[in-house]
Design a protein around this ligand. Sequence first.
Ligand code: ATP
Ligand code: MG
Length: 430
Amino acid sequence: MGLIEALRGTRDILPDEVRYWQRVEAIAAAVLTRAAFTEIRTPIFEQTGLFERSIGEATDVVGKEMYTFKDRGDRSVTLRPEGTAGVVRAYIEQGLHAQGSIQRLWYLGPMFRYERPQAGRQRQFHQLGVEILGTAAARADVEAIAVATDILRQLGLQNLTLQLNSIGDKGDRQKYREALVAYLTPYRLELDPDSQDRLARNPLRILDSKDARTQEILKGAPSMLDFLNPEAQVRFERVQSLLTDLAIPYQINPLLVRGLDYYSHTVFEIQSADLGAQATVIGGGRYDHLVAELGGPETPAIGWAMGLERLILLLKQLQPLPPATVDFYVVSRGEFAEAQAMLLSQQLRQQGFTVEMDVSGSAFGKQFKRADRSGAVACLILGDTEAETRTVQVKWMATGEQAAIAQSELSAYLHQQQPALKATQTADKG
Ligand code: ATP
Ligand code: MG
C-alpha cells in the first residue's frame, strides 16, 4: 500500500521552523496591541457567495483559485482565499458597526488558493491582516501602513520597499479602463494570452502582467494617476505627505492595481529585494464600498494582508535562529531516583526554568549522550546514592564541573548561578 503524503501545495511546519512563526506572531501581536488593534477570529470556511460578491467574479482568485465544494447538505462552501471578506461579514452580522466607533481589527490564519506551488506560493498559506473600518480619512491609510512597517522593523527586516498608488474612485477607474482598452486594443495580438483574455474581462489586471513584451507595450500606456478626480488627487497627496512626516519611504507605482475588485483610492504593496519572483510580502488597500455591497451600512475601510510564508523565508535567510535549547536536562535511574527527579523537574519548571527530563528509562550512558545533544546549560543527575542521600549531582556542561547539592538547596544554588544561565537564555531566545 502506498504512503499517504501531504497534498501538493501544503506543507508541515516542523518544530525548528515553528520557532520563527512564534517569533513573528509574538512581535506582530505586541506591535498591534500597542497600536490598539484587537484580534478577530472568523471561520475558515464560508458560503461561496461571500467571496464571489466581495472579491469579484472576474478575478483570478474567484475565477480559478478557490477551493469550493458542496457539503453534505448540498450547500456551496469555500475555504477562505483571503481574510477581509470574512471579517466584513462578521462586522455586519455581529453588529460591530452599531458600536459606533472605528474598528481596528487584526487576524491571522490559513488561507487557501488553488495555485501552482513554488517558493513563496502555496495552496494552503497563512496571512496576518489588519482592517480599519469606519473612516475614509487619509490618516487611516497611513496608520495602517505605519503599523505594517512597524512590524517589519521590529522583526529586523531590511531591503523592503513600499510601492504606493491611487486607483481613484469608481468613476475614475471606469474612465481609465476605457482609455487603457483604447490604447491596448491595437496591440491586442502582441499581448500575452492571459492579457488578451483580460482585455475584455478585467483590463486593469494587464498592468501587472510579468510578460516582457506586454510590459514593453505598457510603457506607453496612459497612467492611472492622470485620471484621478481633483478630490482623489488631494487625498492621495495627503497620504504621501503623512508618510513623509513619519519618514516612511515610498515609491509611486502607477502600474500597481492589485488583484481584488473591491479596492479604491490607496493601494500599496511592500516588496522585498531578497525574495526572487514572489517578492510581495504585504498587499493592501482601501475598500470603501465592500461593507455596503455585502449588505451593511456605507462604511469606508482600509486593510492589508501579509504573507507569512514569504516573511519567514526572509527571516530564515537574514536572521537564522539557533536551535532550541533547555536550561537543565535531568538524568535519573532507579525507582526512587526517578520519582525524585520528576518532582525536582516540576519544581524547577514552576520557578520558570526550562527542564527536559529524560523519560527513556535507559542506561545512564545513553541518557548522558542525549543530555549532551540537548544544549542544556547543566545536567542534573540522580542515581540510587543521590536518592538515598537526598542530593543531586549538578554537572555544568560548558566546563564539566560537577557539584553534589542537597535537593532542598538545589533551587537556591541554581539561582546563584543565574548569571551563567541568563547569558545562554538571552543568546538563544533573543
Ligand atoms: P501574488 O501576486 O503574489 O499572487 P496576491 O495579490 O494574490 O499576490 P494578496 O491577495 O494581496 O496576494 O495577498 C497578500 C499577500 O499574501 C501576498 O502579498 C503574499 O505575500 C501572500 N500570498 C498570496 N497568495 C499566496 C500564496 N498562494 N502562497 C503564499 N503566500 C501568498
Ligand atoms: Mg495571487
